[in-house]
Design a binder for this molecule. Structure first.
Ligand SMILES: Cc1ncc(COP(=O)(O)O)c(C=O)c1O
Length: 367
């Protein structure tokens, strides 16, 4: 990215030499992102991040479909939920089971009154991978257009848009070590599409606005590195760290629950509830030890409300407020994972002593 930030002043739409260099760099990134998700480069539209990708997809579906509901899961990210709630149509929120996996039983009924469907590939709090393939097959059979928020999944598990048969799919660079504020939307070739951002007609008219060359180049390289890591079985080394972390925490503490169906999680995510410990207090104690984790989703951190994802899974409210999400990546080591577990054990022990097993407000004493 650095050369493009320092010297990349050219507008990729220009006709001069430097502009053509920028255009070529963007086209290369388009191929790199397409490879990560199994699409063609022509089907990749760069955006200003995951939220914009989701809003663009849902806006198009809303605009081009007739009456009927938007069918989504009850555990979608707020980017999807707030967007469909703002539409002048009904919203069917599909339930999940206690493991955070989408329940398919009621789907056939819901599809009868649907205009389109949007289903996340993996949940951003629990990491639980959803049965999107079966879901999209049923939606396709009902003749409905489909979108998947794959923002949490991309770069962590293999994605093949063609095998999935999905019409649109959102990804975001910063979820796989790319820069923030740049994302991509896969739009299946030939799909009717209504742009959200209109203007100069960039991205083949699908997303107007002068391209963020440095960000896009960064996203492309991040996609290539993530794909290489996945193909070298990198997911196994990440889940080994996550599993060692969980084993140590679960072995060292009582009153800990591991949330989400452990047979179908992203390799990097651990979502734990600590009886008698408010997440807000734990976050402070862990931050003192340089451990950056989050309560619920990162954007919910600081909120007093329990997360809608945990409530949808039937996790009782006090426990939902005692939950933390830990994420691991290829930039961590096993030593990091085990040190994090030690820090969690110490922080929970300390907080339980001052909180008296969940009675009373959070009080964190400095050492
Ligand atoms: C599942 C999911 N969808 C959407 C988003 C929003 O993406 P962005 O932060 O790139 O706008 C996130 C980010 O946390 C996410 O995890």
């Amino acid at each position: 990215m650095l050369p493009w930030l320092r010297d990349g002043h050219a507008n990729p739409s220009g006709a001069y030499r430097e502009a053509k260099r920028a255009r070529a760099a963007i086209d290369r990134a388009r191929e790199q992102v397409a490879a990560l998700i199994g699409g063609d480069a022509s089907e990749v539209v760069f955006t200003g991040g995951g939220t914009e990708s989701v809003n663009t997809a849902l806006h198009s579906l809303d605009h081009l479909t007739g009456s009927g509901n938007a069918v989504v899961s009850s555990i979608e990210h707020s980017a999807v939920l707030r967007c469909v709630e703002a539409m002048a149509r009904g919203v069917s929120r599909m339930p999940v089971n206690v493991g955070g996996v989408l329940e398919m039983d009621a789907l056939a009924e819901q599809l009868k009154v649907a205009a389109f469907v949007s289903m996340m590939m993996a949940n951003n709090e629990t990491g639980v991978i959803q049965p999107v393939s079966e879901f999209f097959q049923m939606a396709k059979a009902a003749g409905l257009p489909t979108h998947s928020d794959a923002i949490q999944a991309a770069g962590k598990i293999a994605i093949d848009v063609k095998a999935l048969g999905v019409d649109m799919l959102s990804v975001s660079a910063h979820k796989f070590h790319g820069p923030k504020g740049v994302g991509a939307l896969y739009v299946r070739g030939g799909l009717a599409f209504e742009p959200l951002l209109r203007g100069g007609g960039q991205e083949s008219g699908r997303r107007s606005g002068t391209e963020n060359t440095a960000g896009i180049v960064g996203m492309g390289v991040a996609a290539e590195l993530a794909l290489r890591h996945l193909r070298n079985d990198g997911a196994t080394s990440i889940s080994a760290m996550r599993d060692a972390f969980e084993a140590k925490v679960l072995g060292g503490l009582t009153g800990v629950t591991r949330n989400g169906d452990t047979t179908r999680r992203l390799p990097n995510t651990s979502h734990l509830s600590f009886v008698g410990c408010e997440a807000a207090g734990l976050l402070i104690l862990l931050d003192e030890k340089n451990i950056a984790c989050s309560a619920g989703s990162a954007c919910m951190t600081g909120s007093q409300r329990p997360s809608h994802v945990q409530l949808a899974m039937g996790i009782p409210e006090p426990l939902a407020k005692s939950s933390l999400r830990f994420s691991f990546s290829r930039l961590n080591t096993m030593v990091d994972a085990l040190m994090a577990a030690d820090a969690v054990i110490a922080a929970v022990g300390r907080l339980r002593r001052v909180q008296g097993d969940g009675v009373g407000p959070v009080v964190v004493y400095s050492p």
